[in-house]
Structure formats: C-alpha cells, structure tokens
Design a protein around this ligand. Structure first.
Ligand code: SAH
Ligand code: MG
Length: 251
C-alpha cells in the first residue's frame, strides 16, 4: 500500500474547490459516480478536475472521433464525450460486461447515448478488430486500462491515428514506480516499456506530467502524433529538402 501523503488533505480540499470553480458536475455525472459506488467498483475513475481537463483538451483539438481504452462506469467517457464537436462520436473499450452495462446506463443518462459505443471484450482484441475494419483515424485516444498492456495500446493508438492525433495515457507514473528497474512486475514493466516505446517512436512527441489531487500522486503522458518519417529516397522529401536549401540560399 502507498503511505498516505501528509499533503493529501490539502490536495483533496483544492480538488473540491477546483470542482466548484471550474468543473461543476451535473446530476448525470454525480449519478455516474454514485452508481460506481453502489456497484462496489474500485474508486479509480478520473477525478472531476481530470475529467474536465479531458473535456477541455478534446474541445481544444476539435475532436470528432475519440477512442477510450478502459471504460469502468463511464465517468471519464462522459467528460470526453462532452468535449466532442457536435455530431462527433466516441468508442470506448471495456473488458467486463457488468461494468459496460453500468457505463451504458450512466452514459445514456448523461445524454451521450447516441454518440458513445461501448465495445465489450479484451481491448487488444477490440483494437485489432478496429484496425482490421479500417475505421477512420481517431483525433484523441485516452488510454486508461491495465498498465501491463500499455505498450500494445500505444501501438494500436498510433496505428489508429493521423498526424495531429492526441494520445493521453493515464496513471503513467504508476505513483512513482515508473522509475523502478527490474521489478519483474507486469504493471511496472508495462509503463516503463511504454515510455521507451514513446522515446524511440519516430512519430510521437510527448510530455509527461506528474499530478497530485484527490486521487493522490500519479501523472499522465500526452503524446502528439506527427507525420510519418519519409524515406531518404522519397522524391517528395528530396524536393522539399531542395526547396529548403534554395530558400536558405536566396535569403
Ligand atoms: N476510464 C475510467 C477508468 C477506467 S479503470 C474512468 O476514468 O472513469 C480501468 C478499466 O479498464 C476497468 O474498468 C477494467 O475492467 C478495464 N480493463 C482492464 N483490463 C482490460 C482489458 N484487457 N481490456 C479492456 N478493458 C480492460
Ligand atoms: Mg486512470
């Protein structure tokens, strides 16, 4: 277990204040939280402050298509769906059919019933199906399921993206355990190899941010998908490099 940080009461109080100032919850969001409590689900949904951040980010990039990996009771799903442009859509992947059922009720109650599709099953399998179907690219991907498979989810997220897609990975610091080497623990190894994969990835530019709040200490990674690197022999690339050279020469 993690020791409770002595700052936790402050983080809780500030999160409550932030919620009142910046991210007030309507009845549907409160009902979603209550349904999760009633069903005895683990209290691992994003906080209202984090949910609002997801909504603001979705709005900022004008997201039309969002993919979420890890639904639970649909709390983050509702925030994200509210960040969609009108007419947009969201696909969320959940392993547990009972959680998916609870999420369905919550999402419908929040008025997002027609924009949100819940796909039940192991996410890696659902992602492979989406890829094989050749669905249009997503504008935003929120990865928030088992940490063990983070590298797999990242790979699919980039495969299902376009230049400009924003990939957000929750709980990426594993409460600080991300820096522990050689633990052999699948969840720690998962976040660590995801970090390595991002660093090596030619199309990703990413920022890691540590966070505190009602959920204690953790963090997220925001990764932006860039253009596919061109081969050195690519005629368009040669042309562009020539142009860049010519422009430099003439100034
Ligand atoms: N995004 C939610 C929280 C998700 S918790 C929120 O913030 O409100 C993580 C969820 O991922 C759990 O509901 C769990 O059942 C699901 N999950 C775990 N392993 C999975 C897998 N292999 N495939 C799909 N979902 C998985
Ligand atoms: Mg999470």
């Amino acid at each position: 277990m993690n020791p409770i940080n002595p700052q936790q009461p402050t983080w809780d109080a500030v999160d409550r204040a932030l919620e009142q100032w910046l991210s007030p919850q309507d009845d549907a969001l409160l009902a979603a939280q209550m349904s999760a409590e009633r069903a005895g689900l683990p209290r691992i949904a994003v906080s209202p402050a984090q949910g609002r951040m997801l909504e603001v980010l979705a709005l900022a990039i004008g997201a039309r298509r969002i993919l979420e990996i890890g639904t639970l009771a649909g709390f983050s799903t509702i925030w994200l769906a509210r960040g969609l442009v009108s007419g947009g859509s969201l696909v969320t992947l959940e392993l547990d059919p009972e959680r998916a059922r609870i999420a369905r009720e919550n999402i419908d109650r929040a008025g997002c019933g027609t924009t949100v599709e819940i796909v039940v099953g192991p996410a890696a399998h659902s992602l492979e199906t989406l890829r094989a179907m050749g669905v249009p690219p997503f504008d935003l991907v929120f990865i928030d399921a088992d940490r063990e498979q983070c590298p797999t989810y990242l790979e699919y997220a980039t495969a299902l993206s376009r230049p400009g897609t924003l990939i957000i990975i929750d709980n990426a610091m594993h409460r600080g355990r991300v820096i522990e080497q050689g633990t052999g623990e699948p969840s720690v190894e998962g976040v660590r190899s995801m970090m390595d994969a991002i660093r090596r990835h030619p199309r990703l530019k990413a920022a890691g941010i540590q966070t505190v709040g009602a959920k204690g200490y953790d963090g997220m990674v925001l990764a932006l998908v860039g253009d596919a690197p061109r081969a050195a022999s690519d005629p368009l690339d040669i042309l562009l490099r020539h142009d860049a050279w010519a422009t430099r020469e003439s100034t």
